[in-house]
Ligand binder design. Structure first.
Ligand SMILES: [Zn+2]
Length: 304
């Protein structure tokens, strides 16, 4: 099982997300696989009527738009934090991604990955332009074995890598243990690619330039912000993707297992709990907003 674990900073504006071979993630049970409930005829007394359905695990908090007004391109004040979408109002460009992700094969994955990037660009570019920054089209490269990049040599164990020196997202074709979609999640590749795309956004807005990747706490703030950004992406296009509680649980499981090897407070990416906390901040609100992804204004207890 591949598990994202460590950031290796191999140069200015480069982030690399290696994977450590680790335990196998148990399959996410489907909604219909629960234990059978006792038959109603076995009950001596009338059964109470079913409770009203509780909100799904992916239900947003209806809390309106957060405060923005960011004016700079720094770490804690950055115009990137002004971007937001009402939940599900994202780009129609993303609707094509509702199909099941392809099996891991370089050709299909490249086509799919580029369509994910097209969706991410179509979503972000209009608001980025209004905020005064541009987002170049990142290159998308799949690899297996080892790959020589502008940020150093990357290897099989690495699921996703963003190299700021050549603005390229690298995705391994062999890191997916289930040979289908990333960790068995229908939207799994979208999580990996949107996380790496978040590093591209950070590079486009000065965040990678200003952060000190050798400082573990700063590294965690960068990485947890990327997970929050992934949550923003999913929140903005959740409707277009046909997302629901099953998909949310799959993504949460992928987050938790990916960072399982992180020692809280001492790692480069943050603990599983921190990863979920920040993903949910991007995802579980009426507005999918980067204002909630400002890890550089968060207390240390939230970036462990
Ligand atoms: Zn990362």
């Amino acid at each position: 099982m591949a598990v994202l674990g460590i950031v290796l900073a191999l140069g200015v504006n480069s982030l690399i997300v290696p994977v450590v071979r680790s335990r196998l993630l148990p399959p996410v049970p489907s909604a219909s696989s629960g234990a059978p409930s006792p038959a109603a005829s076995d009950s001596p007394t009338p059964r109470p009527s079913s409770p009203p359905p509780s909100p799904g695990a992916d239900a947003p908090r209806l809390d309106g738009a957060p405060t923005t007004g960011f004016t700079k391109f720094g770490l804690s004040d950055n115009r990137l934090y002004n971007l937001m979408w009402r939940r599900g109002e994202g780009s129609a460009q993303c609707e094509q991604l509702t199909v099941t992700a392809p099996s891991v094969s370089a050709a299909k994955l490249t086509t799919y990955g580029k369509s994910v990037i097209d969706c991410l660009l179509a979503l972000h570019r209009p608001q980025a332009k209004a905020q005064g920054f541009t987002i170049d089209t990142p290159k998308f490269v799949t690899f297996a074995g080892t790959e020589r990049t502008a940020c150093g040599v990357i290897a099989d164990e690495q699921v996703g890598v963003y190299c700021g020196r050549n603005k390229t997202i690298y995705i391994s074709t062999v890191a997916d243990d289930w040979k289908n979609t990333y960790r068995g999640a229908r939207l799994g590749y979208l999580w990996v690619i949107s996380h790496e795309f978040a590093h591209h956004l950070q590079a486009s807005t000065g965040l990678l330039r200003d952060s000190d990747s050798k400082d573990l706490k700063e590294s965690r703030r960068i990485e947890l912000m990327a997970n929050c950004a992934s949550g923003v992406f999913f929140g903005a296009v959740w409707t277009q993707l046909g997302g629901g509680p099953v998909e949310y649980k799959q993504l949460r499981s992928a987050l938790q297992s990916t960072y399982a090897n992180e020692v809280p407070g001492r790692g480069t990416h943050g603990s599983p709990a921190s990863a979920v906390l920040w993903f949910d901040r991007g995802f579980k609100h009426e507005y999918a907003a980067y204002a909630r992804c400002n890890t550089f204004r968060a207390p240390s207890s939230e970036v462990r």
